[in-house]
Design a protein around this ligand. Sequence first.
Ligand SMILES: Nc1ncnc2c1ncn2[C@@H]1O[C@H](COP(=O)(O)OP(=O)(O)OP(=O)(O)O)[C@@H](O)[C@H]1O
Length: 627
Amino acid sequence: MSESSVSAMPTAAAKRGGVFYLYKNLWEQSHGRQGELLGAVLLLLTAQCVLLSVPYFAGRAINVLQASGSAGIGEAGIWLSLVIGATALSWVFHGPGRLLERNVALEIRRRISFGLFDRLLSLPLSWHEANHSGVTAHRVQQSSSALSSFTQSQFIYLSSAVRLVGPIVALWLLEPYVGMSAIVGFVIICVSVVGFDRAMIRLAHRENDAERRYSAALLDALGNITSVFALRQSRAITDLLQRRLEAIFAPLRRSIVLNEAKWCTVDVCSKVLSCSLVALFAWLAVRHVDATVGQKTLMLGSLYMVWEYASQAGGVISTFASNFQNFARQHADFASADPIRDANVKAADATTPELLQASSPDSEYYMVRDLVFSHPGGRDERPTLNGVSLSLQQGRRYALIGGSGSGKSTLLRVLAGLYEADRVAVDRRNGPAIVTPSAAAQMLRSNVTLVPQDAEVLEGSLAENLALCATHAGAPAEGQYSEAMNTACVSDFISADANGLSTAVVERGANWSGGQRARIALARGILAAADSNLVLFDEPTAALDSRTEARVYDNIFAALPNSCIVSSIHRLHLLDRFDEVIVMHEGRVVAQGPAALLAATSPDFRQLLAMYRKEDSAQPASQSAAA
Ligand SMILES: Nc1ncnc2c1ncn2[C@@H]1O[C@H](COP(=O)(O)OP(=O)(O)OP(=O)(O)O)[C@@H](O)[C@H]1O
């Protein structure tokens, strides 16, 4: 995938309303736990409201001491014990509130991770081919962590809100002019913070894009480490990684400058505001003449209250600035999975359920007519499959042959329902014809099993790898493993018992030879195909020597006697094991029938056969017999 197309993806997210977007998703994702979420909010709000009384109690203690001296020690002690009491009481609400909030956050992370994974599984194969797996994995992780961390940051946002409103109300009660001045000051500073952070959100989106491309390159390098070593790619890969890292740093550097400018503005303005509020209060207080004693009074406790509330007000500005920055980051990170959420999946045809029912496993043949398919973003103007027609019968074996790039793998993927055709009609004996591509894809997907070309194995034990599949009815029983291992000739190199099944498979099956890995993957494919009436194999034995290859085919045909089997093959010495041959050329089926008939009637078949014989005779004898 080109670098430009990767970076162009997640911009739709930036258009969505930030705060509402996150809160809407938080609310939706916490369904079933919304009571807990509201309970957490209530408890955390109560804790912050209780804490608001602390400066008042402390100020009253100072005022009593100022007015009554040592005679007021008892009363001051009561006020001070209220300070401790209020702090302790706030924890009675804050602690349980945080527990609730963080538990909901964990649940939200679980839901988003699995929700996105489910969504990924529902997207067509072509979507996955067009999107780098490293990029997609990064999106899932970043988005699920972001909303989870947003959820468990609620107490910070709530405390900021209370500490924003509380001191203003307190200052207003102490002196309305001071309260009014605080509001004006807050508004000015908040507007400048929002301005800075808007610019920083845009940079965060660019930074996330660049970071995903860097992760993708790193994953490619580490995932293909044999080629990196063997082809001396280290230098080129390092250069690529450096370029991609530099692409992260470009928006990051601008963001760092903006961040410092923002903090400078916030710091200076909040200090100016705090000092101005104290000065304003003092000035207003000394202007007030006490009529009874005839002198200007300035109660130190009240001054302390103003200082404390003003400091809180100043502190809140810093907190607001930092919260907004976190919030901006969380918004950008959560939105990074929007290309997955927004991926355009064609809605299934309304008649699908009926068609699926009609296509019960006892359908006895498929007649595929006029199949047209183009790879999205394919290089060629012509469709990859152009008017393909073929007929397949239950219990028969078909060899799919053709030159490289003729469309064999693509055809098998369409027949497995993994790619949706642009146009197709499928006739079956036991049901109405299906003429809608989406319905055809769904029907095929629920009746057909494709054993893919690449032997994709996962890290774990052999048993875990075999368990990573399902028939249309569900997971295969463990008792079937040894039979599948025998069929795929896995038991040639590992015993089909508990001991053998516990053998380790490392990442990408690097502790097995290519042929052994292919047979493990084939055993898993055979397990998955147990109840499919159409089973497709995409060159499953290309990595095997010709004798083992022939044994594997004999075993497969014996293990699946009632299924229709279509297998693409390159080595044509296998042809006599198949009932019919399907010949492909440039995206078309140019011939179908028994090999003997085609040898007499099809020039394309004869040409392929001649090419094969020439290649085969050119090979050293040892090669075809090698294990
Ligand atoms: N994901 C894809 N995106 C775009 N074009 C593709 C994609 N996969 C295959 N193609 C193109 O479709 C054509 C048919 O490819 P396909 O893999 O089906 O051929 P094949 O007959 O299986 O070849 P081979 O025998 O070499 O495996 C080729 O021109 C190929 O470049």
